[in-house]
Design a binder for this molecule. Structure first.
Ligand SMILES: NC(=O)C1=CN([C@@H]2O[C@H](COP(=O)(O)OP(=O)(O)OC[C@H]3O[C@@H](n4cnc5c(N)ncnc54)[C@H](OP(=O)(O)O)[C@@H]3O)[C@@H](O)[C@H]2O)C=CC1
Ligand SMILES: CC(=O)N[C@@H](CCC(=O)OP(=O)(O)O)C(=O)O
Length: 352
């Protein structure tokens, strides 16, 4: 029952990944969700503490093999923290059940099957699943999330970019075809698997542009901006790998179509997010840095009108693993179950 304070049983699929371990950390202080199963396809049978000793005394149980029927019998909420291409086959198997599915991957975020094939290079989920899945950008689609059974949790860059851009786009103050998004992220965004790109000697003392012109978040950002603007928007989006573990910052630029001052834009953003506890708008002259949101579910936004060039400059900082993944997934579970959206998530960021 919605809003019920009876405890819901939770399973996490993709047990040894970074998204999963962040879910475990955050759920530990959640009063209404209890982890019943951590599922690992590579290490089922092993204790999670053999992979992550820092969980000792908090979660010592062995990880389990995926068994859909058991999940349907025992579990209320499933978090899928798996790479692209896994959830699209698993989520349909829960369709005839009451299990709430929250997918952290990109599998259910694009509405058109062809778009997924183009950008992810794989067959998409069945159309009826894509149609049913609600895009879990908690601040924007709150009413739809409250009624949803399947959530496609937004990508980390789209979370930061959309929260930063949507108030301006919705209020029609930008030339929507002029938007540039300059994204920077820490290496945990690439997950736990090893790769040359995230190798210490290639990341350390280096800033690396990657996936230029072909990043899988391009169609996601454009889709949800276009939906709000009611016109097709194509943004210019670039991504850079930064030698830090967590954190993501988008600095964004758009030509102004209306004459507005920095204080006016700050006022507009403050009222847009007035009832949204996880978006914090900085005062004039102050832009957020990633450490100011480290380990937290906040998205912090700074704004400046550059009168010389008639551009709006927006800075939007998140922790990729929290607001960009596990935190927003829990925020969505809170909304779906009628709990306070802040529950288990409203903590001061770790600083310094
Ligand atoms: N890291 C981040 O900042 C963000 C990640 N995401 C998305 O969330 C999802 C999880 O990310 P993250 O945890 O970082 O990734 P990781 O690579 O760290 O973990 C994913 C886990 O999924 C499991 N897995 C891998 N391959 C398969 C497979 N073929 N079938 C089933 N399970 C598999 C593995 O766990 P096991 O072997 O234990 O099953 C693996 O550890 C991804 O889709 C990612 O794109 C979204 C936003 C931000
Ligand atoms: C550093 C790094 O590689 N970051 C990843 C972040 C994407 C992600 O986390 O996953 P989704 O595709 O599910 O959104 C990237 O830019 O592709």
């Amino acid at each position: 029952m919605k809003g019920s304070h009876s405890v819901k049983n939770v399973a996490i699929i993709g047990g040894t990944g970074y998204g999963a371990v962040e879910l475990i950390r955050l759920l530990q202080s959640h009063r209404y969700m209890k982890i019943k199963q951590i599922i690992s396809h590579s290490q089922y049978g092993d204790q999670i503490t053999s992979v992550y000793p820092h969980l000792t005394e908090f979660y010592d149980d062995p990880m389990e093999e995926l068994n859909i029927n058991r999940l349907k019998d025992e579990i209320d909420v499933v978090f899928l923290a798996t790479p692209a291409g896994v959830a699209k086959d698993l989520v349909p198997q829960f369709q005839e059940s009451n299990v709430q599915c929250i997918d952290l991957s990109g599998d259910l975020r694009l509405h058109a099957r062809e778009a997924y094939l183009t950008w992810y290079g794989k067959e998409a989920a069945p159309q009826e699943i894509l149609d049913e899945a609600v895009y879990g950008l908690s601040e924007i689609y709150k009413e739809e999330i409250i009624k949803a059974k399947i959530i496609s949790n937004p990508g980390c860059f789209p979370t930061s970019a959309l929260l930063g851009l949507l108030p301006a786009v919705e209020h029609g103050i930008l030339n929507n075809q002029s938007i540039v998004i300059d994204g920077k992220t820490g290496v945990s965004g690439a997950g736990r698997k090893q790769s040359q790109m995230t190798h210490y000697s290639e990341t350390n003392e280096n800033v690396t542009p990657y996936k230029i012109g072909k990043h899988q978040h391009i169609p996601e950002i454009d889709l949800y901006l276009s939906q709000v603007a009611n016109e097709d928007i194509a943004t210019t989006f670039t991504t850079h790998l930064i030698p830090m573990t967590r954190g993501l910052l988008c600095t964004m630029y758009g030509k102004l179509d209306k004459q507005v001052s920095t204080p006016e834009v700050i006022d507009l953003y403050q009222s847009y997010y007035e009832t949204h506890p996880f978006v914090r708008i900085r005062e004039e002259g102050v832009f957020p840095s990633t450490k100011e949101v480290y380990g937290s579910n906040f998205c912090d936004i700074g704004l400046h009108v550059d009168e010389r060039t008639n551009q709006l400059i927006i800075g939007s900082a998140i922790d990729n693993l929290v607001k960009g993944a596990a935190g927003q997934a829990i925020q969505n579970a809170n909304l779906m179950n009628g709990w306070d959206e802040k529950h288990g998530l409203y903590h001061i960021p770790i600083f310094p």
